[in-house]
Design a protein around this ligand. Sequence first.
Ligand code: ATP
Length: 352
Amino acid sequence: MTPQIELIDIDKHYGAFHALKNITLTIDKGSFVALVGPSGCGKSTLLRSIAGLETITSGTLRIAGQTMTGVPPRHRDIAMVFQSYALYPHMSVEQNLTYSLRLHGVKKAEARTKAAEVAATTGLSHLLGRYPRQLSGGQRQRVAMGRAIIRNPKAFLFDEPLSNLDAALRVQMRKEIRALHDRLGATSVYVTHDQIEAMTMADWVVVMRDGIIEQQGRPLDLYDHPVNQFVAGFIGSPAMNFLPATVGQDGRSIALEAGGSVPIAGQASPGEKVVAGMRPEHLRVAEGPAAAFHVEIGTIESTGSATYLTSRDGSLQVVQSERTPLAPGDLVGLEIEPTNIHLFDPSTGRKL
Ligand code: ATP
């Protein structure tokens, strides 16, 4: 794999505020990398630093092998796509597409030919004469994409590009952006706070919190092997349940604080206090001796394809694909495969 963007020990301070802490990340050529994390974790700052819209305080940033220190945004040869689209309202789609080429001295006829190519790639051919106000949200998003790809940049940087669109269109545009990335053989960095978007679009997901990278890896590796409670709770929807517990004297089961004993995989330290992570989709309703513990049902929600059971105290959620004969107030028995239980250190949050 050839690295296309390299971030080595990057720090960014805004005055006294430390927004990026020791960020090291390699983005391979042709990969689609998602930066995710809660609001304020530094995703946009990292993206803007790659673009050169923010100056990093220390560390090294290379794009296609070239160190970017002192290189202004327009000379970095990368394209940014924002949620606001940033289209020029007084220009037609074609003019929006060709604007940056014309700015770089490309002749009008050549620019128009390229615009026609890009319009065909992005499904905009029949809209070239329209103005942004005459377009739907999805079409505007495509123009923004088209404008980015027309220059054949070294990388695409996306900053929450789909957050203005409704849910159905977002799902469709997700697929379109990913397909376009593959067709172009592009390198893309995609910022989102939506972990589903990150998981479904990216080859590599970077989870950030408070200016640091908590974990990076392939989407399903993050889901299967979160290194700490934060990542475990952030990746996966609905979120993982966290239940305080103590390891039993045999080291092979845990006693839940709320009652019940659950077998675990492997060997833990007897008597150790832990937080047991159990994904809602891994818990199963069980009867009789198969039930490891019981909870009282508070609410039941069904979307038709899935049923969501939430405990009376709100501390536990179960998702199942079957419909349920249960009702609020029922005491329900639950079981889980020992290999699906994640144990965390209650004080550090680290995976045990
Ligand atoms: P969101 O999802 O809300 O956009 P984010 O993860 O993209 O969040 P950033 O915009 O990168 O977060 O901001 C990271 C932190 O840096 C925030 O705490 C923010 O308040 C702070 N910050 C961003 N820009 C500046 C600035 N120009 N001056 C001071 N602090 C800033």
